[in-house]
Design a protein around this ligand. Sequence first.
Ligand code: SAH
Length: 220
Amino acid sequence: MTDKEQKDKFTLERQAMVRAQLKKRDITAPAVLEAMADVPREKFVLDEHLDMAYYDGPLSIGYGQTISQPYIVALMTQELKIDKNCDVLEIGTGSGYQTTIIAKLAKEVFTIERIEPLSLKAQRTLEELNIKNVKFHIGDGTCGWHEDKKFDRIIITAAASQMPTPLLEQLKIGGIAVVPLGVEYIQELVTIEKTAGGLKTKPVCGCRFVKLIGKFGYPE
Ligand code: SAH
């Protein structure tokens, strides 16, 4: 196959993914559908999984970690209700796929990954795609962003038993967080809205993520 034929094949697969995996379910936000139709997921999977780039499930990215299912990426993004004024903090850069989808919708994305080679690879991928509004940090995301900063939105792409306190502190009043909460195999995706009167938690659906490992997460 030539490079062009390969690219066209991925474009068709991507369009089919948006139709069958997102629109047929409950993804309706036009900006989210547009970003999912735009970002080449094949750039974020391992070479050995290229033929499964648009598969309806998570895939291994090495180091015991996974790139999330396209539907879950779209759902978490939709729940965040991001606009161009939003600064978004992401814990768990992984492949950088979710990071890129959010970067298309937000003002700026601040993303933390604890596994250095994953972060470095994601940085190269985003550079290749010419995504400029993302700041990367390598470290324990459960402790929050390393600078004094508050965020409009926070997304955690690994499962915690509870929302880490430093992250709640870095969420602005009026801000929204989306996080999978629970133990190893039984987790619930929830949204947490921070209001002047306290936190409003809303369940979204059952889910299964790798563990959030860190000072305010699970032990290694
Ligand atoms: N959104 C990513 C999902 C990656 S899986 C993608 O679509 O590719 C979750 C990621 O969270 C893993 O890469 C894991 O290393 C990372 N992670 C787990 N605990 C973390 C922590 N405390 N701080 C930062 N990253 C963490």
